[in-house]
Each structure stands twice: as C-alpha cells, then as structure tokens.
Design a protein around this ligand. Sequence first.
Ligand code: NAP
Length: 322
Amino acid sequence: MKAVRVYEFGGLEALKYEEVTVPEPGEGEARVKIEAIGVNFIDIYHRIGRYQGKLPLTLGQEAAGVVDAIGPNVTDVKVGDRVAYASVQGSYAEYAIAPVWRLVPISVQVDSQHAAAVILQGMTAHYLTHSTYPLKTGDTALVHAAGGGTGQLLVQIAKRCGARVIGTVSTEEKATLAREAGADEVINYAQSDFETEVKRITDNKGVDVVYDSVGKDTFDKSLNCLRRRGYMVLYGQSSGSVPPVDPQTLNAKGSLFLTRPFLQHYTADRGEIFSRVNNLFQWIAAGELKVRIDKTFPLADVAEAHRYLEDRQSKGKIILIP
Ligand SMILES: NC(=O)c1ccc[n+]([C@@H]2O[C@H](COP(=O)([O-])OP(=O)(O)OC[C@H]3O[C@@H](n4cnc5c(N)ncnc54)[C@H](OP(=O)(O)O)[C@@H]3O)[C@@H](O)[C@H]2O)c1
C-alpha cells in the first residue's frame, strides 16, 4: 500500500510517498481501508518536529473509511462498518490501524469526505463551546481565524449555543465565509486593530471568552479583549508559539482564566467521543451544521496540501484522497 512517511523532521521535502507493508490489527484494534484523510496543522507540527514523534513516522491523525479487518476479541465493530476517527497517528495511508474505542460509526447521511472533514475540527469546536467554556445565551465570544476550518465550525456551534459571535479574519473572502457561518460581527485583523474593534463593538465591556488558535500574533491583545474574570482559551498556534506568561498578568487584566486545552483530553473515552460526534452528525443531517471542504488533493500530492495550509490559504477543510 502507499503511505506518507517522515524519516527526518523538516520542510516539504521530508514528506515521502512510498510503498509500505499493509499493517495487521492487534488486540482491540481494527484495520480501516481509508477513503478520505483530514489534513490538520498538527500534521505540519509532526513533519517539522515541533511535536516529536518516533521516526520513521506515518503522518496524519484523522480519516474515514471502511473496516476491512479486526484483531482478536474485537466486538464493537465488524468488517464492512463505515467509520471515522481522530487522534490516532498514521492516517496518511491506504490502510491504517486504529484502537476500536476511537472508531465512530458514520451515519448514512454523511459521506466519507465530510466525516473525515468534521471529526477532528468538529469535536474541537464541540469541546471548546460545550466543555472548556460552556457558552450560554447572552455570552459574547471572540473567535479568531473564523474563516478557517475550525473557525467556521466554532462560529456555527457558538451561535447554536446562543452566543453573540465576533470573528476575526485576514481577507474579505474569509470574512464572507465567517458571516455565512453566522458571525454577528467580523473584523479583518489584517486591516484594523482587533482589540480596538472589539472594545467598540462591546461598548468597552469586553467578551466573555476568546477562542484563539492563532497564538503568537493575537494572544496579548486577546487578553485585553476580555471582560473581568473572562476566559482565555488558547487552543492553537498557527502564527507561532506564545511566549511564557507571568501569572500576575492575569490578575492585572481582571482576574482572567487562562487554559491551553487539547482535543485528546476532551475525548478521553468512547462515551465522550460518541456524545460529541453524535451531536455533530445529527446537526449535519438536519442541515444545521455546514462542513465546508475547501480543497481535496490526491495523497501523492501531500506536499501541495501542506503548502496550502502553511501559506494561510485554507478556507475550510483540506482532504487527501488515497
Ligand atoms: N488544541 C486542540 O485541541 C486543537 C484542535 C484543532 C486545531 N488546533 C490548532 O489550531 C490551529 C489552527 O489549526 P486548524 O487545523 O484549526 O486550521 P484552520 O482552522 O484552518 O486555521 C487556519 C487559519 O489560521 C489563520 N492563521 C493566522 N495566522 C496564520 C499563519 N501565520 N499561518 C497559517 N494560518 C494562520 C488563517 O486564517 P486568517 O488568514 O483568517 O488569519 C488560516 O486560515 C493549529 O495551531 C492547530 O494545531 C488545536
């Protein structure tokens, strides 16, 4: 089978599309014949070595496909089941092994590409809005990169929680997408100072929560956008890592809360995964959650897909087809 592996951390040249042996499932595992693979920033971090996996490393954390073999003592899935999963290393391949407890059955209304598109970023948007800072009617949320893959899902889910949503974007095209997702206000942070704009929009009250996936470029000003005792939810770093923070800063800016959450800690068992994904699939089937696939690339063109995401072009989900 074909797979994309990394032997040395590095640039796009580190991506090797090559022939490897089809893996066999062990106890508690299934083999999935992959139909669609989700591309995420974390794959770039694994490629460049910001997150250091064991080399050689098959990239990818997210996919959808059909179970084609099961290991000993597996009863929760059977051969032929359509499934999707996230947070399991090795999905940039024609076949991958996954622990059965992480496999979610795909409902009939959702095709493989959309299942692969929503499982990681959708569960992220779900836990951020329902668990990290559970949004309620009357809250105001600031969502950075609101025209990106996670951003568009986050805006839609925040709106269904009853929140008022302010989104930031860097282009007019992304502004349109953020508005279509339901953002009440959209700020082009490449053109205006988002802190000034948020203070104007909220009459200097500040927002209840900031969901920040951008990191270095937005972190400091995001703290200034919060109300007293507001919640700073830093969940990514697409612009670079945030330097260390002095806890006294949180006191000085209004007894703020700061958290740096991670999907795996909010999808800790089968029950938690199912409850989030069942919500997502129900909303998709009802036409209440739109999953925008921005680009699909053949797996062999993985370097183009990584370049697209790194060049800040993504306007939704990027999918690889094996
Ligand atoms: N903690 C978690 O559980 C979790 C889960 C999912 C993702 N994440 C993290 O969230 C971040 C975003 O990842 P994603 O997969 O969600 O992608 P994404 O939503 O598609 O985000 C990409 C967007 O980030 C914005 N961005 C700002 N500065 C950028 C830069 N210098 N380079 C590239 N993009 C930049 C761009 O929007 P504008 O051009 O409009 O600024 C771009 O469209 C990553 O750091 C990822 O690791 C964390």
